[in-house]
Design a protein around this ligand. Structure first.
Ligand code: FUL
Length: 692
């Protein structure tokens, strides 16, 4: 027995020796390029997508920014279920939820000891509820992370603007950061200071955004209570705002930031700092916050404006695909649930993203590089699935390339690249070439990579691709490359037409072909192909489809009935601004100067109806509710055409249509008899007509 053990040991030892002699020592690691992320920032970046929930007093007061004088009794969800939120997020691959614990109106979703303006004075769970607790538990049950949005601005608190308020804020943060388990992110809103209720003072209170909150000590408190939580605000300290609420980072997005020049709520942040800077002094990566509806809070009138799968997908590529994390907001509704439409679209969005990245075509390809640092840093590290192994060069010039040889013609339309950020963001310029036969052709010329960069390309076919790192702060460190053939999202094009009658299509996805007809026939690949804006000033029925050549499949048909173009139209007595009501763009709105608006069509037409689109912007401001319509051939004799009410216009801000008996007329008079939101004058996004 003893002999055998000894024999075994000797055999083992010789095997180790043979291995050790054959294996060269691992090359020295490259030096870091400052600034660097800490381990928590790297872990945060790997989350990539997570959820925001805006649910608070505004949900019940139907506002975006409550004044602070709302009665706590208004907070009364009928079916609140945080588990439903957590399940939707889990199913959509979102890694956590951040909740508006206190928004600008000061109402608290937890029974804070320090204010009466909270859930404890609402009918919800008979005043015994604690929504922060319910959500933290629901997140835990689904394995999601949990985060807190806390508005420093408080339009309810009597002390806001005074030093006492800072103590209040820190007391509240202490409650939130000690009683609910691990917090992965604390979101400090940059919007602050202004008018408010302030305990009944009803006044405007401005604060010095740089100094009032004594951020240094507030941050220190958060760090003490939740050492691993990321702190978000315009300028960090740990993660920064991307500078817009529309859902995109920039083609050039640095995680480095000149952090000491930035403070929350500064006026020129978006223009000057949002992209980050190559020479930024601190690692403060960008986070893209965007709502799945036009607004942050739930309003019934947004029910038809939930972002489509195509829009959500675009957002993903322009955020996660551009070196930023993505925070998708759900405006939870008055029942206390993520609305069915939001849930459906986000789940379908997730399925789409999963499909796009299903098969990495690099798996079977052979890789080579223009150089290597040596053992442990070979190019195959970019496809080994291990985050912490990467390809890099010997110290010296960063100019280099990686070639991915598929061995045969291969179709693809996505390229994913990752830099190994624990040692700093480096790449400044890179290009991509595709090889067919002997010829190399450039297919992309880009700037930064960072944690992750995804290029959406037209469908390509190539035997090989080459990624050229042209300029970098130091030798590039690449830990992952992915090449994919994403299936197309086959939906019809979005059609718009200018006042002059120029028609444009928006492609739902790169690589699709668009076809259309104007004679009523069904469009196919034999019909006219859309190659750019075209003119159609006349009345016509447009039918359009998207077509995927690869699969030979069509989208459903999109139909748009064009009336004669609005080139001759004018709002009489109106200035430039008022002409926005007839500019063909329902996204621009105008406030009328009078309750009676006269529209000159510029020529006599056979009218049989009228269309009115209310403002779809952040809120339905001042929509016309009760109306009367008159027509005239000469502006002297007016004939009543219709009278009525747009009953559901508040809840559903879609274009409203009014039919009337056919007549010839050049002028239309619209009288706004009642206007919503107690407004004296109506706001109009677009007027239209229906002709015979
Ligand atoms: C903004 C706020 O003013 C909005 O209401 C919303 O909370 C958004 C996420 O941040 O600054």
């Amino acid at each position: 027995m003893k002999m055998l053990n000894l024999k075994g040991f000797i055999l083992f030892l010789s095997a180790v020796l043979v291995w050790a002699c054959q294996t060269p020592p691992k090359a020295d690691p490259p030096k870091a390029v400052q600034p660097l992320p800490n381990a928590d920032q790297v872990a945060w970046q790997k989350l990539e997508t997570y959820a925001f929930v805006h649910f608070n007093m505004n949900t019940f007061s139907d506002r975006e920014w409550g004044f602070g004088d709302e009665d706590p009794k208004m907070f009364n969800p009928s079916e609140l279920d945080c588990n439903q939120w957590a399940k939707v997020c889990k199913e959509s691959g979102l890694k956590g939820i951040i909740i508006t614990a206190k928004h600008h109106d000061g109402f608290c979703l937890w029974p804070s000891k320090y204010t009466e303006h909270s859930i404890k004075n609402s009918p919800f769970r008979d005043g015994k509820g604690d929504l922060i607790k319910e959500l933290s538990e629901a997140c835990k049950a689904q394995g999601l992370k949990f985060g807190i949005y806390y508005s420093p601005w408080d339009r309810n608190h009597p002390d806001y603007g005074k030093p006492e308020y800072i103590t209040y804020m820190r007391n509240q943060l202490t409650e939130l950061l000690t009683n609910y388990g691990d917090i992965f992110e604390v979101w400090f809103d940059g919007a602050n200071g202004g008018d408010g209720y302030y305990g009944g003072a009803n006044e405007t209170r401005k604060v010095d955004k740089l100094s009032y909150y004594d951020w240094e000590n507030t941050y220190a408190l958060v760090r003490k209570l939740q050492p691993h939580a990321m702190m978000f605000s315009d300028g960090g300290p740990d993660i920064r705002w991307v500078g817009n609420e529309s859902g995109y980072a920039y083609k050039t997005t640095w995680s480095n930031l000149l952090r000491d020049s930035v403070y929350a709520g500064m006026p020129d942040y978006s223009q000057k700092y949002a992209e980050g800077q190559e020479n930024g002094t601190h690692w403060v990566p960008a986070e893209v916050d965007v709502s799945v509806r036009p607004n942050w809070y739930y309003h019934t009138w947004d029910d038809d404006n939930v972002k489509t799968v195509a829009q959500l997908t675009d957002i993903y590529y322009e955020s996660v695909g551009r070196n930023a994390n993505l925070l998708f907001n759900f405006p939870v509704d008055r029942r206390g649930l993520i609305h069915e439409k939001d849930a459906e679209n986000i789940v379908r969005w997730h399925e789409k993203i999963e499909k796009d990245f299903k098969e990495n075509l690099i798996a079977e390809a052979s890789l080579s590089a223009s150089g290597s640092r040596g053992y442990g840093y070979e190019v195959d590290a970019v496809k080994d699935g291990d985050y912490d192994t990467y390809w890099t060069l010997e110290d010296g010039s960063p100019e280099s390339s990686i070639t991915v040889d598929f061995g045969e013609k291969t179709a693809f339309n996505r390229l994913l690249l990752q830099e190994y950020i624990p040692l700093g963001q480096r790449v400044k310029v890179f290009t991509v070439e595709a090889k067919n036969g002997e010829e190399w052709k450039e297919i992309a010329n880009e700037t930064t990579i960072g944690y992750k960069r995804i290029l959406r390309l037209e469908d390509q076919e190539a035997e090989a691709i080459r990624i050229n790192f042209k300029e970098a702060k130091d030798i590039p460190l690449i830990n992952n490359i992915g090449v994919y053939l994403a299936p197309k999202l086959l939906i019809g094009p979005k059609v718009s037409r200018t006042k002059a009658g120029e028609v444009s299509f928006e492609k739902p996805e790169l690589g699709l072909k668009l076809f259309y007809t104007l004679d009523g026939s069904a469009p196919t690949k034999e019909s006219t192909m859309y190659t750019g804006p075209f003119s159609e000033p006349n009345k016509a029925l447009l039918k359009a489809v998207s077509y995927d050549e690869r699969t030979d499949k069509y989208s459903e048909e999109v139909q748009v009935q064009f009336e004669k173009s609005k080139s001759l139209w004018k709002i009489l007595g109106g200035d430039e601004d008022m002409q926005k009501a007839v500019d063909g763009d329902p996204n621009t709105a105008m406030r009328a100067k009078s309750k009676t608006i006269v529209l000159d069509l510029g020529e006599e037409l056979n009218l049989k109806g009228f269309k009115y689109a209310p403002n779809k912007g952040r809120q339905v401001h001042a929509a016309i509710k009760d109306y009367a319509l008159y027509t005239s051939a000469d502006q002297k004799n007016w004939e009543n055409a219709a009278e009525g009410s747009f009953d559901n216009i508040r809840n559903n801000s879609i274009e409203q249509k009014v039919d009337f008996s056919p007549r010839k007329a050049r002028y239309v008079k619209i009288v706004a008899k009642t206007i919503l939101d107690d407004q004296p004058l109506p706001v109009i996004a677009e007027f239209g007509i229906i002709t015979e």
